[in-house]
Each structure stands twice: as structure tokens, then as C-alpha cells.
Design a protein around this ligand. Sequence first.
Ligand SMILES: Cc1cc2nc3c(=O)[nH]c(=O)nc-3n(C[C@H](O)[C@H](O)[C@H](O)COP(=O)(O)OP(=O)(O)OC[C@H]3O[C@@H](n4cnc5c(N)ncnc54)[C@H](O)[C@@H]3O)c2cc1C
Length: 321
Amino acid sequence: MVLAPTVVIGAGVIGLTTAVYLAEAGRDVRVDAELLPDATTSAAAGASWDPFLAEPADLVERWSRESLVVLSALSADKATGVRMVEGTHESRVPSGVPVWATWADASPCDPAELRQGYVEGWRYRAPVIDMPRYLGHLVDRLRKAGGRLRQHRYGSIEEALSEAPVVVNCTGTGARDLVDDSSVQAVRGQLVVVENPGIRTFFCDDTPGAEELTYIYPQSDVVVLGGTSDWDTWDMRPDVTSALDIVRRCAAVEPSLVDVPVLAHRVGLRPVRPRVRLETENRGGAMLIHNYGHGGAGVTLSWGCAREVEDRLRAVKEPTP
Ligand SMILES: Cc1cc2nc3c(=O)[nH]c(=O)nc-3n(C[C@H](O)[C@H](O)[C@H](O)COP(=O)(O)OP(=O)(O)OC[C@H]3O[C@@H](n4cnc5c(N)ncnc54)[C@H](O)[C@@H]3O)c2cc1C
């Protein structure tokens, strides 16, 4: 069967993962993106596979679990930028068994191992991802599978639909303008990259209702410290006060971070939406599949969503090339 040529709009983790999945399934795929991978929000992410509660809840659980399997397998090859790391989610108040404990195969922390000020926690192993390197791995895989990457900004979705009979919209916060979706909000996140003083485990403050995000993700030679969550803020410049606050909060739970040299600052815009949008539209015979609005969980959901796009394409009669 001849498969219809496909344009994927967006070169963040969602667009690239979708493009790799489709190209490796034998499709002729081109990724068109205004920002190339290194300049996207995806490149700024922490990042870890992080159990995340979002809507649609049943699908989010499935997509997270599927992505965990793929990312765990990728960790066998260091060049991918994915490593399995052990760590904890800890809470300052009792909060019971998290629903994700079974998906992540998490076990309760011994009270003696909790950080100062925390009363409960869950320990598990998860993929921790060096995003710039990982996005490079995805681009390599895309090219090996015959796919292409082009820098191009679409002014309208109709322009994209005139390029190919199948279009997958992976534009993150860009969907707000491209498909006029005012339910997409930019939630700005800032991180600080510091020298690694010898930290080997990740930490995430999981206190219900906490006003600030505090997390520590060790990469091999650096540690990524987070973070912020600034609603409807599109400013991509790092803020000095926020950076100092992030380091102070992280050093309060991990004293080896006191006075550690700062290497870089990262800022990205989480594409937050009440529900992830994975939907198919028939546009005058062409097929448009939306795959955006993954909020703070794009990495965590990426492989499950890519597979869902391919499943949807396989389930329908495709437009003729
Ligand atoms: C600080 C921070 C930490 C995070 N940590 C984690 C984490 O630990 N785990 C996790 O799972 N997630 C994390 N996230 C969330 C994750 O980064 C996002 O969910 C994910 O990057 C979204 O990916 P995306 O591909 O949809 O969007 P993006 O990475 O923003 O990519 C969008 C792409 O679409 C292109 N585009 C947009 N409009 C157009 C247009 N009109 N024409 C052409 N191209 C267009 C852009 O140029 C870009 O290439 C974090 C986010 C931040 C900010």
C-alpha cells in the first residue's frame, strides 16, 4: 500500500517523536518547524519521565506507561541522552498513596531517608533525559528512516494542508495562533543548570498545593534545578531573582548544592490546555491530526501519543498521495 506523504509541524519532543514513529513505520515524513529542536521548549525541559495527572486521564495513563517502556529501553544506549536514575517524590504533609505509584512501580520511603521537613515519600527509578542530546538522537533517527527537517513557519493551517494530504499539528503553544485555540496557555518554566557536586538521585517536592516547584535532576556531569510555573507568561528571558530562589530552595533540601557554580539558565513555555488534544479532523479530503497541549508532561507522554497518531492513521482510509 502507498502511504500518504505526511507533514509534521513542530520540532519539539512531540513533533520529532511523532515523525520518528511515522517514518520508521514506512511513511514519507517531513518535519516543518519555525524553531529548530535546540531552540524549542522541549530543549529547555528538565527532564524526567514524571508521573503526571492530566486529562483525558485514562489515555494519559496509557500514554505515560507506553512512553516509560520506550524511554527505559533507550537508556541502554548512552548516546540517546536517556539514563535510568533512582529518586524520590517527597511531601511535607501526609498525602496518601499516589495513583501513579503502581505505574511507576514506586515504593514508600523509609521515614529515616526523607529530607528535612518532609513526612512522606515514594522512591522509584525513572528515565532522566538530557534533552538537547535526546532531541539530537531523534533527529538522527528521523534522517536514518528517510525523514526530513525543514525550518519553516506556517501562517495558517490551510498552508500546511496544501503541502501534504496528511498533516500532524505538534505546535505546542504555537497552536494558540495556528489553529486559533485560546484554551492553550503558556506556563513559563525556568531552570538553573549547575555543576554536579556528586548527586546521583533525583528529588521532586510533591507536596499537594505547594506554591513553588522544587526539583533536582542529576545529568551525568551537571544537575538541573527547578523550577517555576508562571501562568500566561511568554517572556523567554531568564529572571535573576527566580534563578536565585530556585538554587536556594534546592540547596535547602540538598545541602551539597550550596555555593555550587551555575553553568546556564533555561526557559521554556509549557503548552498547558485543559485536555491534551489528540484529535483527527477531515479537512476537505486531507487529514489533520492534532497532537498538542501536553503541558508539563510532553516528554512523559511523547511515545504513547506518537503511537496513537500512527494507530489513527492506520485505522482510516488514507487520502491518496
Ligand atoms: C522548565 C520545564 C521543565 C519541564 N520538565 C519536564 C519534565 O521533566 N518531563 C516532562 O515530561 N515534561 C517536562 N516539561 C514539559 C515539556 O517540555 C513540554 O510538554 C514539551 O516540551 C512540549 O513539546 P512540544 O513538542 O509540544 O512543544 P515545543 O517544544 O514548544 O515545540 C513546538 C514546535 O512547534 C513549532 N511551531 C509552533 N508554531 C508553529 C508554526 N506556526 N509554524 C511552524 N512551526 C511552529 C515550534 O517552532 C517548535 O518547533 C517541562 C517544561 C519546562 C518549560
